[in-house]
Design a protein around this ligand. Structure first.
Ligand code: HXC
Length: 297
């Protein structure tokens, strides 16, 4: 879809780039020659992803992938990571705010910690990354493209994922606000609102027990979930050169699921009772505990 070498001059940070949608977008940029920095909480996972992507694409494209363990809830850790990115070759040309946390829950079952676990990553962490990098770019007079991965819940809200819907809506407001405030510095801000693009992290927390196969989607007008290359192509379009006048937009890529059915969990989850919610909570806990154990290694 894009010409070879389109992103040779791009230096892009993808938060949450070790897995899921972040990894797919990182791969899309690398294939076109970009230097891609991926960060996340699990060093072993990041190293594995970087090695796999380099082995598959770096030779052909001339790009590279560099992994940094960094929890975006920690502003000091972000600062140190961005220092080392700058030391590795200068200013970034793009940032993909992709790292997120989410799980389905009845809102009355949430604790303050549960709310913060999501809001600290999605709302605060995304802002910390944007602020740290934005300040440096403004000081150096460098232009760049910022892209945040949101959901259509920023337009509708969503039952059973309220901390995520609130936090992503805040980042939608950041996108629109900074598109205007920092446009004069050559910094542009857009967002993508993906519909269902099944990933392991998402399926295990938003559709626990599904076994990870969510590729069919009878409720969607196109009868299917999204395919990763479709998302990566839209990200390349927004991060690369040639469409710089696109600024301040949140673009859905969901097969018109939002128009057809609102794109939320309400229809599937509103009838569940205590026993089913307890069971799902246990399954989600199993995933979270496993991820935590991985982070400890
Ligand atoms: C209620 C829960 C819970 C659940 C955790 N908590 N799971 N409460 N129901 N199912 C509560 C815990 O009890 C605890 O509160 C608090 O949340 C923090 O839990 P931890 O496990 O210690 O959190 P932490 O290790 O920081 O993990 C963060 C996380 C986790 C957000 C909870 O899910 C995570 O790391 N996720 C990253 C990957 C991810 O979520 N991917 C999916 C993204 S999908 P107490 O009070 O007990 O201390 C997405 C949008 C998709 O973003 C859109 C599709 C259309």
């Amino acid at each position: 879809m894009f010409r070879e070498g389109l992103m040779t001059d791009e230096r892009i940070l993808v938060t949450g780039g070790g897995t899921g949608l972040g990894r797919e977008m990182a791969e899309g940029f690398l294939k076109l020659g970009a230097t891609v920095y991926i960060c996340g909480r699990r060093q072993n996972k990041l190293d594995e992803t970087a090695a796999e992507l380099m082995a598959e694409h770096a030779h052909d494209s001339g790009g590279k992938v560099v992994a940094h363990a960094c929890d975006i809830r920690d502003a000091d850790a972000i600062h140190a990571m961005v220092d080392s990115i700058w030391a590795d070759g200068g200013a970034l040309t793009g940032v993909v705010n992709n790292a997120a946390g989410n799980f389905i829950s009845r809102t009355e079952d949430l604790s303050v910690n549960g709310f913060n676990a999501i809001a600290d990553i999605v709302m605060r962490g995304t802002f910390y990354v944007t602020l740290d990098i934005g300040k440096r770019l403004i000081a150096e007079g460098k232009s760049a493209s910022f892209l945040s991965i949101l959901t259509t819940w920023v337009w509708s809200g969503s039952a059973f994922v309220v901390p995520s819907a609130m936090s992503k809506t805040a980042i939608n407001a950041m996108t629109q606000s900074l598109a205007t405030e920092w446009g004069r510095y050559g910094l542009r801000f857009n967002a993508i609102a993906p519909g269902l693009f099944p990933t392991k992290g998402m399926s295990s927390r938003l559709n626990p027990g599904s076994g990870g196969d969510n590729s069919k989607n009878d409720l969607n007008p196109m009868g299917r979930a999204g395919e990763m290359h479709e998302l990566a192509n839209l990200a390349v379009f927004l991060m690369g050169t040639g469409a710089e006048y696109v600024n301040g937009q949140t673009i859905a890529i969901d097969g018109a699921g939002y128009q057809a059915n609102g794109g939320t969990f309400y229809p599937q989850l509103q009838a569940l009772g205590d026993a089913e919610w307890d069971m799902m909570r246990q399954m989600i806990k199993g995933t979270n505990d496993k991820d935590k154990a991985d982070r400890a290694t």
